[in-house]
Design a protein around this ligand. Sequence first.
Ligand SMILES: [Zn+2]
Length: 408
Amino acid sequence: MNEIYKIPQIKGIPSFKPIVYKALLPAFHNFYVFPGFCDVHVHFREPGFSYKETILTGTRSAARGGFTDVCTMPNLDPVPDSAEHLNAQLDLIRRDAIIKVHPYGAITRGENGRDLADLDALAPNVIAFSDDGKGVQDEEMMRAAMKKARSLGKIIAAHCEDETLLKGGYIHDGEYAALKGHRGICSESEWRQIERDLRLAADTGCAYHICHISCKESVDIIKKAKAAGIDVTCETAPHYLLLDESALAEDGKYKMNPPLRSARDREALTEGLCDGTIDMIATDHAPHSREEKSLGLMKSAFGIVGLETAFPALYTGLVKTGIITLEKLVGIMAVNPRKRFGIPFSGDYTVWDLEEREKVDPERFATKGRSTPFEGMELYGTCYLTVADGRTVLYKKSAEEWEYGKKN
Ligand SMILES: [Zn+2]
């Protein structure tokens, strides 16, 4: 059996009985079985913005990408800033999710940055706290949030962005912006706030996680903070590791926040991933409607989809090129996020053919979002099966047919 099914031995992850897959998938060989991936940063848009994504389409998209646990950001309507508002989201999750969804609670009311949300009431049912979508501008507000989160044993996951440094920018303040006359977002808007928050985390003892880091300075600052013993972890997203401003064109599919930065930044992020400064990969899956993404770089909404391309893009760009090992990739996509956020691993798995190469075609995605900078690229790796809590939630039946499991 092990000749037919190559099963990597990953420390801490139980091996699986390959016989199951033989019965299901008699025609294939060279399959790999991975622990279900875990993404601590997705936007499923429901309640409030179901024209962009729903819990159903978002979790289907996750299953297609091999994910069995995801954490959803709170920029919703209503924002989960009280038990009542959170319940609206929990009801939808119970009804529609086909994999496990762990909501974040907001740090401030309506993510307004001024009044602390009801962290006490939220704590039992949220994975952590975040105001993702924007940075918490007021230092004293962030200090209060960290103190409270620490007393509740919860992580603060921060989108770091100093708004006084934004100046209307919407792509990286680099060569492309200068060449085409676009307004740029400087890297300092990110790392300034990281610097501030690390100081607060050191003061309060709060467990602190930094969302989607994108620039060299952030890697350097976090590396130092870790060496100094501050309780900090961070994530970056596949697009920051695999693309930079040299990929930019006048198209909304290249617009996200933080933006694609310089080659120097991309290299520093890769280094940070290799040396362990960066703990995990998160997709920041952020779907919008076709219309919202069709307005070019200046006017399109910030955000791209990422769940269905994350593993193939990273496998093709980082593993096949010899930059990291397959075991390392599985570690940063499945093991490290669960460890940091205390998400139990219940034996979920996903089965992939790594020799199959496919062209990224957003029209075949399960997500409602269609905007990805990986569109048209040839990537290795096809997901054939995803099993969560003992149920098959995704099965790829043929080249263009997918079956989804039903939640009990
Ligand atoms: Zn963010």
